[in-house]
Structures are given as structure tokens and as C-alpha cells.
Ligand binder design. Structure first.
Ligand code: ZN
Length: 238
């Protein structure tokens, strides 16, 4: 399990590295766990790890300051989802999937499907949820985040999917809803993001892909007009 990752741009392409909860060092040296290819970064630049419920970062370099959202890191400081860590000319975006976990909400009185705590009308059938019997709120973990080069992202819970609409733009499809036939899609099953309906228009890391292929953190998926970088909470390699 790696609920967090750093994303950065190198040679014009997005890269991602999972952040082990046990901690990791960031730098350009061979000895670090999160290795970045940037000459302006120290061999060992900073260290990061989980402390209690949140990740913290600490500067390690004696010659090169580490900054968090533009402020020099003087001591150990907490990281929040979306924060930017800077060193030299490098900018790393911190992603914490746990920050996007959602609470399940009321069961629809009309179609009996579970909605999210923030829904006011049933997402599936449109029935108002105002008088719906409230169910026990349960935490639903984000299993996968898909990041675009523009910095937008889509979070998927288990059984949710991401496909592209007729205009080629990414579109999230909730659990229990049919996917558009024949369209490429990524679907999360048992916390694992996989391809469904790969087809000719879908490529993973620049190569043609097969249906049911499992995705890992750092994979780049091209479908429709979207180019998306994968952050998976459960990594095949872990
Ligand atoms: Zn409904």
C-alpha cells in the first residue's frame, strides 16, 4: 500500500513515484528511494515519511534548500494533498489519495443504490435524498488517481471507472452503472485499476495495451484526447 506519491515533469513527460509509508529519501543519487533526474537537485535532497496520520518532509541537503509551496523547509513540516515541493529547478507535486477518501451516504428510496455523503439527489436516478433513510457512514478509499499534464485529476473508488465521452474528454462512471459500449476505460476492481475494452485508441506507456491489463503507479495511459498518469494505492510491485 502506498497512499501517496510525488508527480513531476522530466523531459516533457509526467513521472510518478509512490512514497512508502515507512519513509523515503528524495534526490538524484543512486542511494535514494525516490530518484529524480535533475542536476540542480542534491544527491540526497530531502526525506519524507508518514507520521501519525499525515506525511511530513524534512530538508537533508546542506547546500541546496528544499522549499514547500515557496517557503524554505527549516524543520519537519506536514505535507497536504496538492502541495508543491521545490528543489533547484525541480517541482514535485505531493498527492495523498487518503485526503480524497469519501464517505458513503444515504441509500436511495427509489432505486436502493448507495450515494455519497455530499449528494443531495440520487446520482443514479435523480430522486431527492432529503427524506432518504440515512445509512451508517462508511469510509470509501480512493483506489486510483489519474493525473493529467494540466494538473487536473480524477479519483476512482473501487468499482468506479474512467472512460472518455464523445468529445474524447475523461469522464468518471460510478459503481453499478454501465460503461458506454466499446469505449476504452479504466475500472477499479478490488482496489486494482485495470483496463477494460482496450481497443486501438488506448495506449499504455506508448504501447498498445490489452483488456484486463493491470495498471501501476507511473503508468501513462492515453485514451481519447486524455493523457493520464496513474497513481495506484495498491501497487502490483508492493
Ligand atoms: Zn436512486
Amino acid at each position: 500500500m502506498a497512499r501517496a506519491a510525488f508527480v513531476w515533469t522530466s523531459d516533457g513527460a509526467l513521472r510518478a513515484s509512490p512514497i512508502p509509508e515507512g519513509g523515503a529519501r528524495i534526490g538524484r543519487g543512486a542511494e535514494v528511494e525516490i530518484r529524480v533526474d535533475a542536476q540542480t537537485v542534491s544527491r540526497v535532497q530531502a526525506s519524507v515519511g508518514l507520521e501519525g496520520d499525515h506525511f511530513v518532509i524534512e530538508n537533508v541537503s546542506t547546500t541546496n534548500p528544499t522549499k514547500l509551496n515557496g517557503v524554505v523547509v527549516e524543520r519537519r513540516v506536514p505535507l497536504s494533498d496538492g502541495d508543491e515541493v521545490q528543489a533547484g529547478s525541480l517541482a514535485l507535486i505531493f498527492h495523498d489519495l487518503a485526503a480524497a477518501d469519501r464517505l458513503s451516504g444515504p441509500m436511495c428510496s427509489h432505486c436502493s443504490r448507495e450515494n455519497l455523503a455530499t449528494d443531495t439527489d440520487c446520482w443514479y436516478c435523480g430522486t431527492s435524498l432529503v427524506n432518504a433513510p440515512t445509512t451508517i457512514l462508511q469510509r470509501r478509499e480512493v483506489a486510483c488517481r489519474l493525473v493529467s499534464a494540466m494538473g487536473e485529476h480524477h479519483d476512482l473508488l473501487t468499482d468506479e471507472s474512467l472512460t472518455v465521452d464523445d468529445g474524447g474528454a475523461p469522464m468518471v462512471v460510478r459503481a453499478g452503472t454501465d460503461l458506454p459500449a466499446g469505449q476504452p476505460a479504466i475500472q477499479v476492481r478490488n482496489m486494482e485499476p485495470r483496463l477494460v475494452e482496450a481497443g486501438d485508441t488506448l495506449r499504455v506507456n506508448g504501447e498498445s495495451a490489452s483488456a484486463d491489463q493491470r495498471l501501476a503507479t507511473g503508468d501513462r495511459v492515453d485514451m481519447g484526447k486524455a493523457s493520464l498518469l496513474v497513481i495506484a494505492r495498491v501497487d502490483p510491485s508492493a
